[in-house]
Write a protein that binds this ligand. Structure first.
Ligand SMILES: [Zn+2]
Length: 230
């Protein structure tokens, strides 16, 4: 076997290793995207829950206001009995009526708020069950990602071990050059120059280089992209 043929075997192994490394690098980001999506739905629900709580607080405030106004009316009615003049009596009646009108407004508003709370609670229940379902899905996906990462790690260890055996006896100068190109390209370092063009950059390869590359005795490097030719 020529050095190039042996390096091509190493390259085959290296390209598999690169593919696995790339997939492994993507896993944390893919997991993060899943969790982020879940987080944004959780945040939306928390906001809706806060809205319901605010409405409940407003409702309680109206109820307190109504009670205060009712107490005030009772007090006015008691005072009214001891009044001497019609004018005073009338003024207090007006005051009571104004309070009663205000109570009706409060109560109308209470009904509106209660209806709003009821509607929000309904949609919250739906959101919560959708979120629970989504949480299950995300948990499942995360589990799949973790299992995949584990399998890839094992595969990577196996390929790296196999690679070591392939290196035995390869000219160190060629190997070093090959590895440098592979690192820089993060892809194929050795390409063919079929039809007179470099298989990496598709530029024309001079005839003498094509000839040398076919013989596979000397290291032939593409003048444009720096890849090794065979
Ligand atoms: Zn090239």
């Amino acid at each position: 076997m020529t050095t190039i043929e042996r390096l091509l075997e190493v390259q085959e192994q290296d390209l598999m290793i690169l593919r696995i490394e790339t997939e492994m690098q993507d896993i944390p980001a893919r997991k993060a995207r899943e969790l982020e999506r879940l987080q944004s739905h959780k945040a939306a629900m928390e906001e809706a829950e806060a809205g319901v709580q605010a409405a409940q607080a407003e409702l309680r405030q109206h109820e307190l206001d109504v009670q205060t106004k009712k107490d005030q009316i009772d007090k006015l009615r008691t005072q009214q009995m001891s009044l001497k003049t019609n004018k005073e009596f009338k003024a207090m009646s007006d005051e009571i009526e104004a309070l009663e009108r205000s109570i009706r407004r409060d109560e109308d508003r209470e009904i509106e708020i209660m209806e709003k709370i009821e509607a929000s609670n309904g949609s919250l229940r739906e959101q919560r069950s959708a979120l629970d379902a989504e949480q299950k899905e995300v948990d499942e996906d995360v589990k799949v990602f973790d299992e995949r990462a584990g399998a890839l790690r094992e595969e990577l260890d196996r390929l790296r071990e196999e690679r070591k055996a392939l290196l035995d006896g390869i000219d160190p100068a060629w190997l070093q050059r090959y590895e440098a190109i592979l690192q820089r390209r993060r892809g194929a370092a050795i390409v063919s120059c079929a039809n007179g063009v470099c298989g990496g950059c598709h530029m024309a390869v001079p005839p003498y280089q094509q000839h040398e590359a076919r013989k596979q005795l000397e290291m032939v490097i593409c003048g444009y992209c720096g890849r090794m030719l065979h």
